[in-house]
Structure formats: structure tokens, C-alpha cells
Design a protein around this ligand. Structure first.
Ligand SMILES: [Zn+2]
Length: 207
């Protein structure tokens, strides 16, 4: 490991800040810093400006809680979307991934995390109360809630929890199907993926 005591202060500081980011250790952080030092100053300036504008120019949508430059976000403000159909996701990035498919015409609700007792994250730490309020206040009322949390223990726990607390509202609750990834080999798929794929199998040729 590099002894930061001998490094010039700005270098040590930059390494220290970058090391705080997920999956970046001190080694990667110093490689990034020395890379930036070799580049024209404009590159580091552009990076720092982009990072500063993250908080300066972004906000959370008051309706769906995704990150947005305008409030409400473009999707919530779009009258062409089906506002009676809500797709519940864990993180803002999930909205972008689903939007890329072009298959969903409803609106979203971002929980900003998933229930994870190990990490001390309970339902009260997520935007669940806000989802219930949305369901209660919606006119016309919500017709379907698509649970699109991750196919992980935390994601499944969150989906089960939501299905239970949404039950009294008599809404159609659906869960996205999980299965073998396209281009994947069955022999390499893990047990949970394979059993989910079997469980959610569909009619192949209609008879
Ligand atoms: Zn929104």
C-alpha cells in the first residue's frame, strides 16, 4: 500500500475521497488519481463539475421518488402514460433499465432501497408509506401494481411485504417473471433462477 504520508496533500486527499466509493480500494483510487494527473486539467475539471451538479441540479420526484431535474419527473408529468398502473422498483436506475425495453406504459414508484434486516433497513426506511398514500389518494384508482424489486432475498422479502400490505386495497398485484437469462446456459443457472423459471413457465404453443 502507498504510504499517503509521503504523498503531496492534494494527491492524498483525492485518493482518500475516491477510496470512500463502493468497490474502489486505495489501490484503484491511487491509479485513478495518477491517471487524472497525467491528463489535461480540463478532464479533472469536467469530472468535478459533473459530480458537483449531481446534488446541485438533481432532486427526487415528489410523486415517484426517482432522481429528476424537474419536479414532478418527465414520466409522472406525461399524460400519455397510464397513471393507474404503478411499477414498483428499488432504485432510480431500475426505471431507466425498464424504460429501455419500451414495454411499460405505466408510471413508477422508487422505494430507494429494499428491506434488509442485516443492514438495518426496515419498511420505515423506504418510500413504502408514500406508495400507500399514492394508492389511497389516486383518482381514478390504481388498477395494477407491478412489483419489480430485484430477484434477491431482499427484493423477494420486499415484494412479499408489499403484496401483504397492499392486499386490503383490492388491486391487481403482479410480480415480474424471473427466469434463465437470454443467451444463458441452463447448466450454469443457479437453483433459485431455475426453480423460478420452472414456476413461471408459460404456454409455448397455444392449443
Ligand atoms: Zn416521478
Amino acid at each position: 500500500m502507498i504510504s499517503e504520508a509521503r504523498l503531496p496533500r492534494p494527491v492524498a486527499q483525492a485518493i482518500d475521497e475516491l477510496s470512500k466509493l463502493p468497490s474502489i480500494g486505495p489501490k484503484t483510487a491511487s491509479r485513478l488519481v495518477f491517471y487524472l494527473l497525467k491528463q489535461p486539467p480540463a478532464q479533472a475539471e469536467a469530472l468535478s463539475a459533473a459530480l458537483v451538479s449531481l446534488h446541485a441540479r438533481l432532486d427526487y420526484c415528489a410523486v415517484c421518488h426517482t432522481i429528476t431535474e424537474s419536479n414532478p419527473c418527465a414520466i409522472c408529468a406525461d399524460e400519455q402514460r397510464d397513471h393507474q398502473q404503478i411499477c414498483v422498483v428499488s432504485e432510480p436506475l431500475d426505471c431507466y433499465a425498464l424504460e429501455k425495453t419500451g414495454q411499460f406504459r405505466g408510471v413508477y414508484h422508487v422505494l430507494q432501497g429494499e428491506i434488509s434486516p442485516v443492514d438495518g433497513i426496515g419498511p420505515e426506511n423506504l418510500k413504502i408509506k408514500e406508495l400507500i398514500d399514492r394508492v389511497k389518494d389516486s383518482r381514478p384508482s390504481i388498477t395494477e401494481i407491478v412489483l419489480a424489486t430485484n430477484p434477491t432475498t431482499e427484493g423477494e422479502t420486499t415484494a412479499m411485504y408489499l403484496a401483504k400490505i397492499l392486499e386490503p386495497y383490492k388491486i391487481r398485484i403482479t410480480r415480474i417473471a424471473h427466469g434463465v437469462p437470454v443467451g444463458g446456459d441452463i447448466e450454469y443457472a443457479d437453483e433459485i433462477t431455475l426453480s423460478n423459471a420452472l414456476l413461471h413457465r408459460q404456454q409455448f404453443i397455444s392449443q
